[in-house]
Write a protein that binds this ligand. Structure first.
Ligand SMILES: [Zn+2]
Length: 130
């Protein structure tokens, strides 16, 4: 596993665990139905090719695999973000998604990985769902 894959794995876990309740239940961003975080995907609103948002918690949410694969996925995703966080939040994500950002170097990736590892440790201690 290279550093980008490791950061992706940690981010996916963090994006799902941080939205889970005490029993591990997290709501799917698309359909709103809860499931255990470990059975959900982490879906990106702005695609992962955008390095500026690839590991941004605003841009990664729990999502059923079937909802993730559905053709209307992004329409439902946007509707849910608009309802929960409003127009400015969604416009800001889209704007940030259009900005060019080079791929992080090894040092930057290591920082991202360390931050995600720390956050996951905090959540593992707070909730018994790790
Ligand atoms: Zn769903």
């Amino acid at each position: 596993m290279n550093l980008i894959q490791l950061a992706d794995t940690l981010f996916s876990r963090y994006a799902r665990i941080s939205r889970a309740d005490k029993t591990g239940g997290a709501k799917c961003i698309c359909c709103g139905k809860p499931d255990h975080w470990s059975t959900l995907d982490c879906a990106h609103f702005v695609g992962r090719s955008c390095m500026a948002l690839r590991w941004s918690i605003d841009n990664g949410w729990p999502c059923h695999r079937t909802c993730h694969d559905a053709p209307e996925h992004l329409v439902k995703y946007e509707r849910a973000l608009l309802a929960a966080y409003g127009q400015d939040f969604v416009e800001d994500l889209k704007w940030r998604g259009k900005r060019y950002q080079k791929a992080p170097n090894e040092e930057e990736l290591t920082q991202i990985i360390n931050q995600l590892t720390f956050k996951l440790t905090v959540y593992a201690n707070k909730k018994s769902i790790g």
